[in-house]
Design a binder for this molecule. Structure first.
Ligand code: EPZ
Length: 428
């Protein structure tokens, strides 16, 4: 398996262009199945989660034609199947969205349980609650989630907790229901708004996306469209933190600054200087970061998907910080890897108490999940000496051209295969 090898100590300086948003792309692409003619989707990030979704769509019978590395024409009119098997569904959370898309398209869906980062139990009870409220019957049959409906009727659904996935899935299924569906306590993330805008560009009638009450008036037909995905808020935030951690000066372009407000606020609190333009943010830091406390919350709060990266900045801060993870029950697995590099962090339930170290030392670490992997890269960039990061397939799930983007601003990071380590893993 490949690894990243990072030699720390370089300041990041220059410009990084952000790719399309992973969590918007993996919601919008399955929703293309609802269209009655081809769609063109642009600014699609070239990452493995997206390729997994496109593979599943092809297996269902859609025709997926690459136009460029980041744009695709997708013709869903050839879809005949409603089954997404384990081989297609595993490894990514987004496969659950085929339940809503196929239920909306053909009133039946059979999808293997989703995969995704091991950051908690990741149930889909709220998704199922929404499908049943729409009139579907949902059961587990030989390990597959099966949803069927004679018809889908508008309803009111109150989500027991703010859930991005449930909001996405219910919205996708509801656009073809008869009547009005109201989702209360809905997620407000930028990718929820992007999905609603995409569906509306196909002829759906969705109001309130971005607030906690979303209204979907069902429609008979959804036509093809051309749609460009929003920039990735979390990719942008990751590079912002990397710029600050390395005491660099980086312009992160192709962003929507409004999506970055909580990240900008916390970086300023840690001592960074931030300049905001229409489509860029510039992050500069010329001293050791200061301590600050962070609590992750659903949008517009501080994103849980930025928690490991920001904790890595605090691991070298001047003073003690507290990071509280309020969304996931197990999102501190990366802490052990940081302690191998000299970080001083105590995890106590939902909080991590971080006593800033003067420096980190390079070590052999692993990416435990996607954002933990991003944290390992940031740690390697600031550490003294060399850091090897294994299990980087997690990082490739959500960061397009991460080596090229970081190298272009001065990082010493390479992707190497095990063969270069004097041994080759035996294929078993
Ligand atoms: C999405 O996951 C993102 N993934 C996650 O990003 C992100 O961390 C999360 O939203 C929160 O923002 C994608 O969009 C593909 P949730 P999702 O439903 O939809 C509980 C990344 O790094 N819950 O908002 O799975 C759940 O256990 C990934 O890009 C239920 O109990 O998250 C969690 O505690 C990691 N029952 C909380 O709600 C349900 O039916 C929020 O989960 C659904 C969720």
């Amino acid at each position: 398996m490949d690894k990243f090898v990072v030699n720390g100590g370089n300041r990041l300086c220059g410009r990084i262009c952000v790719s399309g948003a992973k969590n918007a792309a993996v919601a919008i692409l399955p929703a293309v199945l609802l269209a009655e003619s081809p769609c063109i989707i642009e600014n699609v990030p070239d990452i493995s989660d997206v390729h997994g979704v496109l593979r599943a769509m092809s297996a269902l019978g859609a025709t997926v034609t690459p136009i460029t590395r980041n744009s695709f024409e997708i013709d869903p009119t050839g879809v005949r199947s409603y089954v997404v098997n384990k081989e297609l569904a595993q490894g990514m959370r987004a496969s659950s969205y085929f339940l809503g898309a196929l239920l909306g398209k053909c009133k039946k869906a059979k999808v293997a349980p989703p995969g995704g980062c091991a950051i908690g139990l990741r149930p889909i009870d709220q998704h199922i609650k929404g499908f049943e409220a729409l009139g579907a019957k949902v059961s587990i049959e030989s390990g597959m989630v099966v949803a069927r409906a004679d018809k889908l009727s508008g309803c009111s659904v109150y989500l027991d907790m703010v859930s991005v996935g449930a909001t996405v899935n219910i919205m996708i299924a509801a656009v073809r229901a008869k009547g009005m569906t109201i989702i209360e306590n809905a997620a407000r993330e930028p990718h929820i708004v992007d999905l609603a805008n995409f569906l509306n560009s196909m002829g759906a009638d969705i109001m309130g996306a971005g607030t906690s009450v979303i209204k979907i008036r069902g429609v008979e037909h959804l036509h093809g469209t051309t749609y460009s995905i929003i920039p990735d808020q979390i990719e942008a935030g990751t590079y912002m933190v990397a710029a600050a951690a390395t005491r660099g000066d980086v312009v992160i372009s192709n962003v929507i600054p409004k999506h970055l407000e909580s990240i900008i606020a916390k970086l300023k609190e840690a001592g960074a200087t931030i300049e905001e333009g229409d489509e860029f943010v510039r992050v500069a830091m010329n001293k050791r970061p200061g301590k600050c406390n962070v609590k992750t919350m659903p949008h517009p709060g501080f994103p849980t998907d930025m928690q490991p990266q920001f904790a890595t900045l605090l691991a070298i801060a001047d003073g003690t910080s507290i990071v509280t993870e309020s969304v996931w029950e197990n999102r501190f697995r990366y802490v052990e890897q940081l302690t191998f590099m000299g970080a001083s962090i105590q995890v106590d339930g939902k909080s991590a108490i971080i006593t800033g170290a003067k420096k980190l030392k390079g070590a052999h670490v692993q990416a435990d999940d996607l954002r933990a992997g991003a944290a390992m890269i940031i740690a390697g960039l600031v550490a003294e000496g060399q850091t090897e990061i294994s299990s980087i397939e997690y990082i490739d799930r959500g960061y397009e051209m991460v080596v090229e983007k970081l190298t272009a601003v001065g990082a010493d990071i390479k992707r190497v295969s095990d063969e270069k380590y004097g041994y080759t893993l035996k294929a078993n």
